[in-house]
Design a protein around this ligand. Structure first.
Ligand code: ADQ
Length: 461
């Protein structure tokens, strides 16, 4: 069987390379079960970016990393990737900060990644590249004569041509994306938007079955939604609900209903509106006063991007405002934590929550939505309130679907969730759980790698 080579901007740090690894590592664990190579940035900065790699391994997986110079980190990662591409792909053109020098650095860092990677691969390796930091990678690998099958998966949304073309150099970037053999998206909507871009910006026909031909190269575009191992997460949640920390949460709630939100502290996650919506719930549905608490876990991220610093200040203020207006001496309505919480602890907290609030303005998928559903007690489940603009909403239609810009609509959905009869909660949960068991981390890896291989790829053999 071909060796799998995973390429992502960040490689799990040495501390996270073991069995506790989170995020992408969890999703990819099946396809790396028989070993493989994981290549990317070490997370460290050095005086200079160079293609020298550091090699390490944990079990059967080899890790190869390179360091970035401080300046490359600033221009490539903070600059073009997270201050131009991220806001654009999350439908926020007003937040795009384009700088031609940053774009050039984005290309040159990808060229360096390609050089380093080309020296590590065997001719039969299958190369699977992840996310928006690395869109030009296949183009530079091809320029070095690499002929391996190279696939790309975009974890964030894609946008229609009318929006992508707002970005200077968008056409060049789109052509580079088409140098991959397979390009995967989270949803059919993102896939359609990609095809719209190819048609309208590159003038290429896409209404054919199979690959699209761009610059004489066939690229197959597919939707392969990411998922979680729902059954194992459900078992974890059941165990964690009895942990010491879960009991502490219970005691602090004093019989009140828990509403939970878990996100990275990111403007795409719709947190300011969500805080406002909670305030409106208490204003408009006064029966919930003193009876509910909303716990928002918002792990700080990308703190060196200015927009994230502004968001943090805004949320601190709004949280203070909601509590200042509604709290009583013995009741804190909004509990707001800006640290990450371990996966095991989260699983137990989700299970205790009567409402899971997932209201991003845009999101590629949103795994929190799936984790919340997986964690529920099937006999007495909580209710998922889900933004129609999360990729997860394409499938999870039994959630209470809301427009995240409408704080009143979110407040009404919270009220509906808090008062929903148990039979309805069970019926909705049963369907949702069935769905998250069908589209899992395993099916994600299997479907993507089968497309890349051009035949069935069984991740479990
Ligand atoms: P993210 O934007 O990071 O990922 P998401 O899918 O919601 O978004 O979360 C990924 C993981 O991080 C989940 O397992 C979640 O439990 C964990 N996490 C989030 N907030 C946390 C917190 N405060 N404390 C602890 N853990 C936390 C990107 C895309 C998403 C896409 C994923 C995977 O933006 O749309 O679903 O990749 O493809």
């Amino acid at each position: 069987m071909a060796r799998i080579v995973i390429v992502s901007n960040r490689v799990p740090s040495s501390a996270a390379r073991g069995p506790q690894a989170g995020g992408l590592a969890v999703a990819l664990k099946d396809c790396l079960k028989d070993g493989g190579l994981w290549f990317g940035w070490s997370g460290e900065t050095a005086p200079q970016t160079c293609a020298d790699v550091k090699i390490g391994s944990v079990g059967k997986i080899d890790f190869a990393t390179i360091d970035l110079s401080r300046e490359d980190y600033r221009q490539f990662y903070v600059g073009f990737a997270n201050s131009a591409l991220w806001p654009l792909l999350h439908f926020q053109p007003g937040l795009v900060e384009f700088d031609r020098a940053h774009f050039e650095t984005y290309l040159s860092v990808n060229r360096i990644y390609a050089r380093a990677l080309a020296a590590l691969i065997e001719p039969t390796d299958l190369i699977w590249v992840h996310d928006y930091h690395l869109i030009p990678l296949a183009y530079f690998l091809r320029a070095l004569g690499v002929e391996n099958r190279v696939g790309f998966f975009l974890h964030v949304p894609f946008v229609p041509a009318s929006l992508l073309s707002v970005l200077p150099r968008a056409e060049k970037l789109l052509r580079m994306l088409c140098a991959f053999d397979v390009v995967g998206f989270q949803t059919h909507e993102h896939l359609r938007d990609f095809e719209d871009c190819v048609r309208n910006m590159l003038n290429v026909t896409t209404d054919v079955a199979g690959p699209i031909i761009v610059d004489n190269h066939p690229v197959l575009a597919i939707a392969t939604p990411i998922g979680i191992d729902a059954r194992s997460f459900a078992r974890q949640a059941k165990r964690s609900a009895h942990s010491r920390v879960a009991k502490r949460l219970d005691e602090s709630m004093q019989g009140r209903a828990l509403i939970i939100g878990v996100d990275r502290l990111d403007y795409s996650k719709g947190l300011p509106n969500r805080f406002d919506a909670f305030g409106r719930l208490l204003d408009r549905f006064s029966e919930h006063r003193l009876k509910v608490s909303y716990l928002q876990v918002a792990a700080r991220s990308r703190e060196d991007v200015a927009e994230y610093q502004r968001l943090k200040r805004d949320l601190d203020r709004r949280a203070g405002e909601v509590n200042g207006r509604h709290a009583e001496f013995d009741w804190v309505p909004l509990r707001y934590i800006t640290r990450a919480i371990s996966r095991a602890t989260l699983a137990g907290f989700y299970r205790k929550a009567r409402v899971g609030l997932v209201t991003p303005l845009r999101d590629g998928m949103n795994l929190v939505a799936k984790e919340y559903v997986a964690a529920q007690d099937p006999d007495d489940p909580g209710v998922l309130v889900l933004s129609r603009f999360a990729g997860a909403a394409e499938d999870l239609t039994e959630a209470l679907i809301v427009n995240p810009l409408d704080a009143d609509e979110i407040a009404e959905a919270m009220h509906q969730a808090l008062t929903m009869p148990r039979a309805e909660r069970k019926a909705r949960h049963e369907k949702l759980f069935e769905k998250i068991c069908q589209t899992t981390a395993t099916t994600y890896c299997r479907d993507f790698l089968s497309a890349l291989l051009g035949g069935p790829y069984d991740v479990l053999t």
